[in-house]
Design a protein. Structure first.
Length: 221
């Protein structure tokens, strides 16, 4: 097999690869921020000790963690337009799906981070007159985020890799852009090889950054 990468000129890079990469990055960042916020709320619900909060949060987390992501993507893409009565678009559907889905995983990470904070610090917060919300906001959550930051970033790398699954609903991500370029220039094999290389370079670089961050946090401790 003769591989030919000559089709990768400036027009292909900016018109196909960069366009798809931008959406993949946007999807990752929005889903990460939204997932962490929603996941933190779910973690607090599960740790509240109140059944009317624990049960729905546990059901949410366990259900989504038990379903393949590609199925959730298809469900949201196909079912939500039926519920709201109008099409939503592949990109918006992907953003909502990933935020909702990743929240289940970020929730478990944050729950572990909150539980890693010594209970003595929580009791100290109550002793100086802080409420539950103030103790969580000012004492527990800052330490939980610091403790779990490397794990949160690792989950975000996995999230970036999973963004390639929006290909199933036709969203224009990095993989979709390279696939279209490969078809237009009749070089599908080369296009998929380039896609694999781009994903590897980005994810490997982020993994190295996470490792350095983990070493710094270990020193602080």
């Amino acid at each position: 097999m003769n591989l030919d990468f000559s089709f990768l000129d400036a027009g292909v890079v900016t018109g196909f690869i960069l366009k798809g990469l931008i959406f993949s990055m946007q999807l990752t960042l929005v889903a990460m921020v939204g997932g962490i916020v929603l996941g933190t709320l779910l973690a607090l619900m599960r740790l509240s000790g109140k059944k009317w909060l624990v049960i729905p949060a546990a059901f949410y987390v366990n259900t989504l963690r038990s379903i393949p992501l590609v199925m959730v993507i298809l469900w949201f893409f196909l079912l939500i337009p039926l519920l709201i009565g109008r099409p939503m678009g592949a990109e918006l559907s992907a953003i909502i799906t990933f935020t909702v889905f990743e929240a289940a995983y970020y929730s478990e990470i944050m729950r572990a981070g909150i539980q890693s904070v010594p209970k003595g610090q929580v009791n100290a917060g109550y002793a100086v007159g802080m409420s539950y919300a103030q103790t969580m906001q000012l004492v527990v959550l800052p330490q939980a985020f610091r403790n779990m930051l490397p794990v949160l970033m690792t989950q975000t790398i996995i999230l970036f890799q999973d963004t390639s699954l929006v290909y199933a609903i036709g969203a224009y991500d990095l993989l979709k852009g390279l696939e279209i370029a490969g078809k237009n220039f009749n070089r599908p094999v080369e296009a998929y090889l380039v896609a694999a290389l781009v994903y590897f370079v980005i994810c490997f670089s982020l993994s190295m950054a996470v490792r350095q961050l983990q070493n710094k946090i270990a020193i602080i401790r």
